[in-house]
Structure formats: C-alpha cells, structure tokens
Ligand binder design. Structure first.
Ligand code: LYS
Length: 299
C-alpha cells in the first residue's frame, strides 16, 4: 500500500463529444476514493486540473481539431504528472485519451530524471498511433502513443521529453487500426497484442511476458486504460465503441496480474462519457477494475 493521488482531468478536446468532461465527477460518485481507502491505501484527491488558457495555434493538417486547447492541456498535465510521480501513484481521471499526451510526457520526464526506463501498457481498442500529420479524423485522442514513441509530426507540441523505445510499448486489446497507423506501427516495429492474439493465447501469457521485461529492466510502468478496451456490452459509456472487446473476467485478470507484478507506477482512466452510460455501470466497472489493480482480491 502507498499513496494514490487522484487527479481529475476534465478535457474533451481530443474528440467530438463534450461528455468526457463529466468523467472525473463520475469516478468520484462511483466511489473510487473509498474503494482505494478500503484496500489500505492513503488517498489524496487533488481535485480537477483547471483548463489552462488557450492561445491560437495552427499546424499543417487542416483536419486537426482543438489544437490550442489540446496543447494547453498537454503542458498542464505533463507538469502535474511530473510533480505527482515522486509523491505516490498518480491516477488520472479523464477526460478523453488526449489526456495521455500530457500524463505520459510528465511521467517520461520523471523517469528520465530518476534514470529508469519507462514502459507503457496501452489497454485500448485502438492503437492511437496517428501524428498531427496523418490523422484524418482530426481527433487528437488518436495520437498519444505516437507522441510517446517520439515520432516526428507533432509540431507545435513540445518534443516528447524522453521518447519510449518501441520495445517498451505494449498495445493490448487492439481491434481497430487505421491504414496510416498500421504503416507507422510497421515502420516502428511495434506489434500490437490484438484481440486475435488474446483469443488464441488469453490475456495472461502475453501480459506476463511484457511484465517480465519491465521487471528485468527495473522499469517504471504507466498503464493507460481506455473504457473501449472493454466490450461495449459491459461498458457502454464511451464514444468510440468497437465490438469484441475484453470481457469482464479478462479485464479483471489483467488488473490482478498487474497488481501481483507490483510494477505499476502511474495510471490513466480515459474516455468515460457518463452521458452515454447506463445507470453508472461503466463508471462502477472502471472503479472495480482500479480496485483489482490496486489489490482487491476475490480470496
Ligand atoms: N483511429 C481513430 C481516429 O484517429 C480512432 C481513435 C480513437 C481514439 N480513442 O480517429
């Protein structure tokens, strides 16, 4: 047990639906702090990060939306993440996945400062491997993995502090990849653990293999959990549902293995849109998954 630092990040600039601004409130209403406290953790809720002032900004791709707002959030969240890292396990309550442009950047700056390698586990239906240049939707929530990997094509974003090597990135639960992402992933030698791999091997073997590498390297591990990692039948509260996602038990097993590893040092919870939920069931499931990740056991 240690300190869990809850950081609300009500941003919705990474996609087209404003509902994600209610995400942090939904996690609080669903009892996240109490669930963590029940497990013996010290919980510090730092409230919501205030949306930073936006300055007019442009880039070469006219499809890109909300560039200025996303840039402002990225800088604010990177700062917040870097400050929180030495103090406990920061848990970012999103907010859409553009959140991770900032959270992962701050965590990477911390990792570089303490001289430890950073590993990234991306639990998601999508690979989020677009750059500002390749995105056709213009939704910047589809870009944070490429940013973290240090791909070019992110001006006017600050250069990613310490790009994460391809072999330290695990994209897990993948079932929707755009053609430009596919090409970039190949070029970068990133092989996603897609749903087909999980169908054949289950979640345990591929995840244990990744965790063994994190442990062997003495790495920090950032986990980014998108609601759409889960099957839409159990977690409807997300704008980008893709059928065929992780089941209830697969998701809990992932969390239980992560807990057992003792390796997780920071966490994002992203893309929850409470307006799309059914009586809070997706928010509650996300809270239960965090509880599993932080030590709740059946027996
Ligand atoms: N790849 C799609 C896009 O760039 C979907 C991204 C979904 C991110 N949560 O728009």
């Amino acid at each position: 047990t240690g300190t869990c630092i809850l950081i609300g990040a009500p941003l919705a600039c990474g996609q087209r639906d404003p509902g994600c601004v209610m995400g942090p409130a939904a996690y609080r209403v669903a009892g996240l702090a109490a669930a963590l406290a029940d497990l013996g953790h010290r919980v510090e809720d730092r409230g919501d990060v205030t949306p930073p002032p936006v300055s007019a900004t442009t880039c070469t791709n006219p499809a890109v939306r909300e560039l200025g707002a996303t840039l402002a959030w990225t800088e604010a969240l990177a700062q917040t993440a870097q400050t929180a890292m030495p103090q406990g396990v920061p848990i970012f309550l999103g907010g859409d996945h553009a959140l991770s442009l900032g959270s992962v950047a701050g965590v990477a700056a911390h990792a570089a400062a303490v001289g430890r390698p950073l590993f990234l586990l991306w639990l998601d239906a999508h690979t989020d491997f677009h750059t500002l240049t390749t995105t056709t939707s213009g939704n910047l929530h589809g870009t944070p993995v490429a940013y973290a990997a240090g791909l070019p094509g992110f001006a006017p974003f600050p250069p990613f502090p310490a790009p994460i090597p391809a072999e330290n990135i695990c994209l897990f639960g993948i079932r929707s990849v755009d053609p430009a992402e596919q090409a970039a992933l190949h070029a970068h030698a990133i092989q996603p653990v897609d749903m087909r791999a999980l169908d054949e091997q289950g979640v345990s073997a591929p995840l244990r293999a990744f965790l063994a590498r994190v442990a062997a390297a003495g790495g920090l591990l950032h986990v980014s959990l998108d609601v759409d990692f889960l099957d839409p039948a159990i977690a409807p509260a997300v704008g980008t549902t893709v059928p065929g996602g992780a089941t209830f038990r697969e998701a809990h097993l992932v969390m239980e293995l992560l807990h057992e590893s003792g390796l997780v040092t920071s966490l994002d919870l992203v893309e929850l849109n409470p307006f799309l939920d059914e009586k809070g069931r997706s928010a509650r499931l996300m809270v239960d998954l965090v509880a599993s990740l932080m030590g709740r056991k059946v027996f």
